[in-house]
Design a protein. Sequence first.
Length: 184
Amino acid sequence: MATNLVSLVMQFLTPEMIGRIASALGLDRNNTQTAVGAAVPALLAALSNVVLQPGGAQKLVDAARQQTGTLGNFANMLGTGSQSSLTEKGSQMLSALLGGGNQNALAQAVAKFAGLGQGAAGSLLGMLAPVVMGTIGQQRQEGRSLDANGTTSLLASQKDSIAAALPTGSSRGIFSKPQRSSEP
């Protein structure tokens, strides 16, 4: 069965986990659920575009390798005061991968879609980035190649499932779909 990264991340982010995220960030649980549902595929779409940039695939691989232990520790970090460090590190990672302008545009899109303030959406993205990157990193542990070419192929194979998971309706245009790579 083919890997579906959106599903893998969302399986990890159970309703209980989303409630803990909402509590840690001081957000409404329903708005947080809506925001997470938009943010996960939007993050994956943005990362899919990163691998198409010169050197982007290797930067993504390096970041994913650093997050391989995140999934096991994530729940423990929520509510212990460590979430601000997690959010800050995730935001820094996103800034390095996406650039500040793209990171802000993504936060604006999630904020607009979910009815959050941009700062809250940015914090949520910072908190979710290590989970998304940890899920990508986990693919290496499951026998998939996590070098630059393998990561590019993995994300390219996810293009349709990521696009399908992006929010629908009138707000859809505010989210970037993954670009097609220049495959023959």
